[in-house]
Design a protein around this ligand. Structure first.
Ligand code: PGA
Length: 252
């Protein structure tokens, strides 16, 4: 049985006081939902404060990005070890905003996955097609290429500790959520890829989140799909009640 996993991607939002208050609110309510893994991913400058704010609760903290080098002259970047040092358990990698706005390639994502695993972080690796790719019938190919590129060289043992997030780019921040059937179709494909590249035990064990306009009022139908194991939530993770509504849907 895969444990449901709901993660909030706060992106570049909130100030310090708001971040600390939101984290405290999530931590306080999370005790009600022991069957669900919950994480919050604040901007990196607030990671330490948020980690302090959720201390003593089961809520995990995740970074939204890391750089793949261990240390050195990489102005503006943070390493995997630094993320661990300020309390991170997770790191979101390959988010479409980083791929498409900041120019990250599959190769970059792959190097970051390797660095994250080496530091003991759990990568949440995002994959997803653009609207034009979906309309051209290329979704399965795009997902397979991103999977192979982003996870090259990752062993069967390592992949067990990775979380995948299927995030169709056309559904992110648009209010246009994928239908439960659309999500399930890609999640099923991802399990087939996992079985092909690794084995069926891996395919059964790896958790696959859906992301893209998940809200408290649409989460239950998505999470009811057999291969949807959780959600990576953007906008709706910025309010305690809305986010905990999604966690509650995952607990059912
Ligand atoms: P959204 O973002 O929930 O605001 O669509 C999801 C994501 O980018 O992870």
């Amino acid at each position: 049985m895969r444990r449901p996993f709901i993660a909030g991607n706060w992106k570049m939002n909130l100030d310090r006081a708001q971040a600390v208050a939101l984290a405290a609110g999530v931590a306080q309510r999370s005790a009600e939902f022991g069957a669900v893994d919950v994480a919050v991913c604040p901007p990196s400058v607030y990671l330490a404060a948020v980690h302090e704010s959720v201390a003593g609760s089961p809520v995990g903290v995740g970074a939204q990005n890391i750089y793949f080098e261990v240390s050195g002259a990489f102005t503006g970047e943070i390493s995997a070890a630094m993320a661990v040092d300020v309390g991170c358990r997770y790191v979101i990698l390959g988010h479409s905003e980083r791929r498409h706005i900041l120019g990250e390639t599959n190769e970059d994502v792959n190097r970051k996955v390797v660095a994250a695993l080496a530091a003991g972080l759990i990568p949440i690796v995002c994959l997803g097609e653009l609207l034009a790719e979906r309309e051209a019938g290329q979704t399965a190919d795009v997902i397979r290429q991103q999977f192979d590129g982003s996870l090259a060289g990752v062993s069967a043992e390592q992949i067990n500790g990775i979380v995948l997030a299927y995030e169709p780019v056309w559904a992110i921040g648009t209010g246009k959520v994928a239908t439960p059937d659309q999500a399930e179709e890609v999640h099923t494909d991802l399990r087939k890829i996992l079985a092909d590249r690794y084995n069926t035990a891996v395919a059964d064990a790896v958790r696959i989140q859906y992301g893209g306009s998940v809200k408290a009022n649409n989460a239950a139908d998505l999470l009811a799909q057999p291969n949807v194991d959780g959600a990576l939530v953007g906008g709706a993770s910025l309010k305690v009640e809305e986010f905990m509504g999604i966690v509650a849907a995952a607990a059912k």
